[in-house]
Design a protein around this ligand. Structure first.
Ligand SMILES: [Zn+2]
Length: 277
């Protein structure tokens, strides 16, 4: 499932194709994704409008238009955006298509249809739509640091990894990067959040930032489905230290210390029992 670095990769890849372009029309190939697709509202918001900006908040994208509305977009589990030349036959799993004024087709593909394409109205120009206002700080912002993270852990008996995955606590982190950040910070994912010391909170916040930055530089991580706009896979997959490496030696400790997989709250955590406390 795409997390912050994958969504940021898609955003950066789409920018040169979309900014300043006028949308001539939009069509939907299915009645619903995660929620029903309101094609009348989409057409009213998009047709004839220019795309001013494409912004990211957590795992969401917001396309700002030169009208009153914006587009709220989410890749869900298997969503992808592609750009095709005019006249190209529909893509497999194509769900929504915008025709742009330079002859390009901007398409949303989504085999499992958990994605989101909706019209929204940001409260202020360049503000975020209501759906995103409850979200925690962006991990790459200066606002997110060990002090803020420690405040989030207060009174929280849940595993620290659950806190990292809570979008109200911090935005954009999913299972892959939560596991990787805990390993880099030498903290066991199952540790009750409230037991983290200030130095550990500092280490974890720094680890989250370093891993997100490195993953963005690599164009994200591809485990199964993720592809950028040009079809390329995320290259951070080769840099994963624990995620998906069950039974393999810990890169920090070496053999005989091996990565262990534990399921909690229906999700797998990967960690090294030797160096993560
Ligand atoms: Zn280790």
């Amino acid at each position: 499932m795409p997390e912050l670095p994958e969504v940021e990769t898609v955003r950066r890849a789409l920018l040169p194709h979309l900014i300043g372009r006028r949308m001539l029309d939009v069509t939907a190939q299915v009645p619903k994704l995660r929620r029903p697709l309101n094609i009348a509202a989409l057409r009213a918001a998009c047709a004839g409008r220019r795309i001013r900006d494409l912004r990211r908040r957590g795992k969401y994208l917001v396309a700002d238009l030169d009208g009153p509305d914006a587009l709220l977009l989410h890749l869900g589990m298997t969503g992808a955006f592609v750009i095709r030349p005019d006249g190209q036959p529909p893509d497999r799993h194509q769900r929504v298509e915008w025709r742009l004024d330079d002859g390009q087709l901007w398409r949303f593909l989504d085999p499992r249809m958990f994605g989101l394409v909706e019209v929204c109205q940001p409260a202020a120009p360049d503000g975020w739509p209501d759906a995103l206002t409850e979200m925690g700080p962006e991990p790459l912002s200066p606002e997110f640091d060990g002090r803020i993270f420690q405040r989030l852990t207060r009174g929280r008996a849940c595993p620290v990894k659950h806190l990292l995955l809570d979008q109200h606590a911090v935005a954009g982190i999913g299972n892959i990067y939560a596991s990787e950040a805990c390993h880099r910070a030498r903290i066991r994912p199952a540790r009750p959040a409230a037991t983290l010391t200030r130095p550990e909170c500092n280490r974890l916040a720094t680890s989250v930032k370093q891993i997100m930055e490195a993953a963005i530089r690599c164009g994200g991580t591809t485990i199964n489905d993720f592809r950028s706009v040009d079809g390329s896979e995320g290259k951070f997959t080769a840099s994963l230290e624990v995620y998906g490496r069950t039974g393999e030696p810990c890169h920090r400790c070496g053999a005989p210390h091996r990565v262990r997989r534990e399921v909690s709250g229906g999700r797998a955590s990967f960690f090294c029992p030797h160096c993560q406390k």
